[in-house]
Design a protein around this ligand. Sequence first.
Ligand SMILES: [Zn+2]
Length: 169
Amino acid sequence: MNCIQGCFGHKLKIFNKLVMTGIAQSEHSEYDYYHGLFRILRIILYPENLDEKVSKMHEFSIALSIVEIAEKEVKKHNAERVESIEMEIGKLSGIEPMALEFAWDHAVVDTVLENAERKINYIKGRAICEECGKEFEIDFIYDECPDCHSYQKEFLSGKELIVKSLTLI
Ligand SMILES: [Zn+2]
């Protein structure tokens, strides 16, 4: 592999380029959270047609998109595979962590991500009230302002879905 800027020994670390946009920006994260847990429970309790069930999961298509990004980067940099991947996922993004983990194991088989170490930083939701200006932490997108109880707010963080870095070998 060519040694270019960002190269650590024989490894190449790519930063902050790989923002996934346009997917998973669910406006129903509260619903998705419980729905995600429910879907996993159902799969665990009734494992028939496991592959088919997993392939229909929202998180599975997310994992596939990440695989696609990784395959592209590995090819572009003439590397062999991904050693580690670091992601940032907002808690308001509609992605259920356990569902993602479950889907991930299926999505990465026989890909450059198969044995990659995975680090996920879950980003807390923060919003600013459009009525009173209060900035507050928010767990669900429909939560109200803790001071004036308005539902009008602007999200400051928590909807991220970013592949922050990939270390290629
Ligand atoms: Zn307020």
